[in-house]
Design a protein around this ligand. Structure first.
Ligand code: ATP
Ligand code: MG
Length: 431
């Protein structure tokens, strides 16, 4: 027999038993974004390859080795988006969103990177991100971080640490780059092959190396902070003061340079020790040059993106037995007449109780087999409608979660009963 077709390596199904937690996370996050005045922008999952080469940078991991790039039938080079910012900026320029206005935008969806799959690192993964355009001052930097801070609070996640740094302006970075290259060249023998290669192309990225052998030599390297001019320093100081005033704790990490080329000034990451090497759950920063670099009018921007799978892993650790998606009731229907009448009863209940989650038995079978299914569904109550109940205009009610005796009530009283039992609150315990 032919082998069953499998999903592509590093690309995963999100199964019905997991999707409740995804909805919960997405719901909370989108709600918070709305409360700060951010609105959704949906862009295509594929873009012209050139967009990512020009924005992310030719000598980054993403563009060098992670992109899903292919020629379409016309021979045009397309790429599945590896991140969301480039598409937002492209759409903003194309639709005139940056002319004389500020924009607060969020996006969500799958991203694609050809990386080595492991826990917390996949080839298709989901990000939710936000971008704020047209605001230069550190106040919006503070807002952006405050939003992410609120996410964790409202998701019930703790133990996340905020790391911040500043990359200065491009002129300041150039000065620093010289100093860094000088230092690293003098210690060339301590670098790994990749870092040596980066020495010419993109030396700042060496600081971002995940090779533990480089820790010592990088720890002694000059720090960018010492090369900042007054304006950049003030921007960073005001940003820090804002976080202090909001009671948002942070660590300054001089080696935080982020994986993408387009950042300037503020950069930050939220990290956890609980996910091994894949510890960054949210990362962001300012990219004042990007809009112009992609052909738009100079427009400052700042944003973040978070890795949904990593947050889901954390949520699962914290709440091992979340009671998600259990139905309130399972309608057991024994006999042809009750089956037909049951469909009508179920619709009546759903209209009267919009929060009710009700499963109707389909496919007939014995009472015993129906009860088995009712139990397996996780439902709280079995509602029983057989020929006898139908004749009397009643329904049997049996609690499936405790030993309460089965009772019988009139169909007219059912709405009130279920309402009283709290079966009108929507299906998710976690809301
Ligand atoms: P990393 O250093 O872990 O490779 P990155 O710097 O490449 O991350 P960003 O491009 O900043 O990541 O993406 C923002 C967030 O998206 C990351 O902090 C992470 O939570 C998530 N993320 C990035 N790549 C992946 C991936 N391959 N699989 C799952 N999540 C990812
Ligand atoms: Mg990466």
């Amino acid at each position: 027999m032919a082998k069953n077709i499998q999903a592509i390596r590093g690309m995963h199904d999100i199964l019905p038993e997991q999707s409740g937690l995804w909805r919960f996370l997405e719901g909370r996050v989108v709600d918070v974004l709305g409360r700060y005045g951010y609105r959704e922008l949906r862009t295509p999952v594929a873009e012209p390859t050139e967009l990512f080469r020009r924005s992310i940078g030719d000598v980054t991991d993403i563009v060098e080795k992670e992109m899903y790039t292919f020629a379409d039938r016309n021979g045009d080079s397309l790429t599945l988006r590896p991140e969301g910012t480039a598409g937002c900026v492209r759409a903003g320029i194309q639709n005139g969103l940056f002319h004389n206005q500020v924009q607060r935008i969020w996006y969500a969806g799958p991203m694609f990177r050809h990386e080595r799959p492991q826990k917390g690192r996949y080839r298709q993964f989901y990000q939710i991100g936000a971008e704020a355009f047209g605001m230069e001052g550190p106040d919006i930097d503070i807002e952006i971080v405050a939003i992410t801070h609120r996410f964790w609070r409202e998701l019930g996640l703790d133990g996340l640490e905020l790391q911040i740094n500043t990359l200065g302006s491009s002129a300041e970075r150039l000065l620093y780059r010289e100093a860094l290259v000088k230092y690293l060249s003098a210690h060339r023998q301590l670098l790994d092959e990749e870092s040596r290669r980066r020495l010419d192309s993109n030396p700042l990225r060496i600081l971002d190396s995940k090779n533990p052998d480089l820790r010592e030599v990088l720890g002694q390297a000059p720090v960018l902070m010492d090369y900042l001019g007054t304006e950049s320093r003030e921007h960073f100081d005001t940003f820090r003061r804002g976080l202090d005033e909001l009671g948002i704790g942070y660590q300054i990490n001089h080696r935080l340079v982020r994986g993408l080329d387009y950042y300037s000034r503020t950069v930050f990451e939220w990290v956890t020790a609980r996910l091994g090497a894949q510890g960054t759950v949210c990362a962001g920063g300012r990219y004042d040059g990007l809009v112009e670099q992609l052909g738009g009018r100079a427009t400052p921007g700042i944003g973040f993106a978070m890795g949904v799978e990593r947050l889901i892993l954390l949520l699962e650790q914290g709440l091992p037995r979340l009671d998600m998606g259990r139905p309130d009731a399972y309608l057991v229907l024994v006999g042809d007449e009750p089956q037909r009448h049951g469909m009508i009863l179920a619709e009546t209940l759903r209209t009267a109780l919009p929060g009710l989650q009700l499963l109707t038995h389909c496919g007939g079978g014995s009472v015993k087999s129906q009860f088995k299914r009712a139990d397996r569904s996780g439902a709280r109550f079995a509602l029983i409608l057989g020929e006898e109940e139908l004749g009397r205009g009643t329904v049997g009610i049996k609690s499936l979660r405790d030993d309460t005796e089965q009772q019988e009530i009139t169909q007219a009283a059912l709405v009130e009963f279920l309402g009283k039992m709290g079966c009108n609150n929507g299906a998710f315990v976690c809301r």
